[in-house]
Design a protein around this ligand. Structure first.
Ligand SMILES: Nc1ncnc2c1ncn2[C@@H]1O[C@H](COP(=O)(O)OP(=O)(O)OP(=O)(O)O)[C@@H](O)[C@H]1O
Ligand SMILES: [Mg+2]
Length: 454
């Protein structure tokens, strides 16, 4: 059952219970009131009849006096007086005043109670005329209770109606944003993170809407970042592929061709008997092969730095520095790498940070000096730092793949990475603190290395 209807049913039940309690109280007080009224009415009737009978005299017509006594009760609201002959037949009876609003039978049945009657035997000389009887009739009194009850019922039911209508309307107004929230949640469930709920209505619900909007915002930016990372990833992969293709074409292709030409010429030279030339061609082929091996290693080390790291972080960084020195001779590279072995994941992460940090400094900072450090600052922490004296990270710097990737790598090893433009100096300082397990599991490390080198 919807919340709104459930609340209304609950409130209606409470109101109905109040109504029931009110009804019981009204009944009880009505009963008491009727009892009191009837007993006092019959007392009044008693004394009136007593007075009238003591005044009967033989001088007048006793029958007429009796009739007058009975008729004196005509129009009474509570008492009916009757004159009953000795044979039980009714000689005369007073007329009760008709209730303005006769009560329904069920109410009469509920409230009437015991009917009070009183008989008067006539004084001795008049006993042949029979007797007088007074009866307390509650119709008028119950009629009053009925009128009172109807008025109360009308007031209470209009009050309940107004209260329920107000609650219905205000619940509808208050719960409207919940409907918006539910449809917004559905949209998020279907992958539409642009869903938004207006922050309005009661404060406690507002907290939920605010939390929802924040969540949708986070999902939206995570999705955007994912998309951007994917695009960058495919761009980087594309760039890498075309660079490798270019290298293979430009560096390996000509030497393969040269080696092929030299190899083809050897049978001809042999048939001519010019052994010296054969020797020089064989040397040329070896040189071509050595050149190709060198380039091939360069390409492979770009594809798989693990091969480089296999020989230690110091060795890998030397390669890295040599790579950049040859391309950016104007930049001074200062490397200070601890000559020790660390677990494979630590070494690879450290190398990736040094590699991307240096690449960022060269690409974005235009520095004159780049420093690369990897040293333990405590037995269990390897601190990797890349600093440069370039332009520093501008406020408008776009979010790329490199910094995010470095952060992820370091976080995966429970480490921390800080990037900051240096305050007093120029440039950027990239600091990564990587936890080093106390006793690296050599077997695992070796397995990892072998796997990644394969
Ligand atoms: N050493 C630095 N000097 C100046 N700006 C830097 C430096 N390092 C990073 N930045 C700024 O921070 C931005 C984000 O760097 P990040 O490495 O994440 O991405 P990127 O280098 O632009 O692209 P890629 O995804 O290819 O790495 C850069 O675009 C650059 O503006
Ligand atoms: Mg980068």
């Amino acid at each position: 059952m919807p919340l709104r209807r459930r609340l209304l049913v609950l409130i209606s039940l409470v109101l109905a219970a109040c109504l029931l309690i009110g009804g019981v109280l009204t009944y009880w007080t009505g009963l008491r009131k009727i009892e009191l009224e009837m007993s006092s009415a019959i007392e009044v009737g008693d004394s009136a009849i007593g007075d009238a009978l003591s005044a009967i005299s033989t001088s007048g017509d006793p029958a007429a006096q009796l009739r007058r006594t009975v008729r004196s009760f005509d129009g009474d609201r509570h008492v009916i007086a009757s004159w009953i002959a000795p044979d039980g037949s009714l000689k005369d009876i007073s007329r009760l005043r008709k209730p303005a609003d006769p009560p329904p039978g069920w109410l009469y049945w509920l409230l009437a109670g015991k009917i009070l009657t009183h008989e008067f035997t006539l004084p001795a000389p008049y006993q042949k005329f029979g007797r007088i009887e007074v009866v307390a009739d509650p119709h008028n009194e119950i009629g009053e209770v009925w009128e009172d009850l109807k008025l109360k019922l009308i007031i209470i039911s209009s009050f309940c109606g107004v209260v329920l209508a107000l609650i219905y309307a205000s619940l509808g107004h208050a719960l409207k944003p919940l409907e918006d929230l539910s449809s917004a949640l559905n949209r998020v469930g279907e992958g539409d993170y642009t869903a938004h709920v207006a922050e309005q209505g009661p404060e406690d619900l507002n907290l939920i809407y605010r939390a929802f909007n924040r969540m949708a915002g986070q999902l939206r930016s995570a999705e955007e970042q994912n998309q951007r990372l994917n695009e960058q990833l495919s761009t980087v992969q594309e760039e890498e592929r075309s660079e490798i293709a270019r290298d293979l074409h430009d560096e390996i292709g000509p030497f393969l061709f040269a080696a092929d030409v030299d190899a083809q010429s050897i049978p001809i030279l042999l048939s001519r008997g010019s052994n010296e030339d054969v020797e020089s061609r064989a040397k040329a082929i070896r040189q071509s092969v050595q050149h190709m091996q060198l380039h091939l290693r360069g390409i492979l080390s770009r594809l798989r730095p693990a091969m480089l790291i296999d020989q230690g972080l110091t060795h890998a960084v030397e390669h890295l520095v040599a790579f950049w020195r040859s391309r950016r001779p104007s930049i001074t590279f200062d490397a200070d790498i601890e000559d020790a072995r660390f677990p494979a994941r630590v070494e690879e992460t450290a190398f990736r940070i040094l590699q991307e940090g240096t690449s960022n400094a060269v690409r974005h900072g235009n520095p004159t000096t780049i420093g690369l450090t990897a040293r333990r600052i405590a037995p269990g922490i390897l601190r990797v730092v890349v600093s440069d004296d370039g332009s520093g990270i501008g406020e408008t710097a776009k979010r790329g793949f490199g910094l995010a990737g470095m952060k992820e790598r370091v976080a995966a090893l429970n480490g921390e990475l800080h990037v900051a433009s240096q305050e007093n100096e120029k440039g950027v300082r990239l600091i990564a603190d990587i936890p080093v397990p106390a006793e690296p599991n050599k077997k695992t490390d070796e397995t990892t290395r072998t796997t990644s080198a394969a």
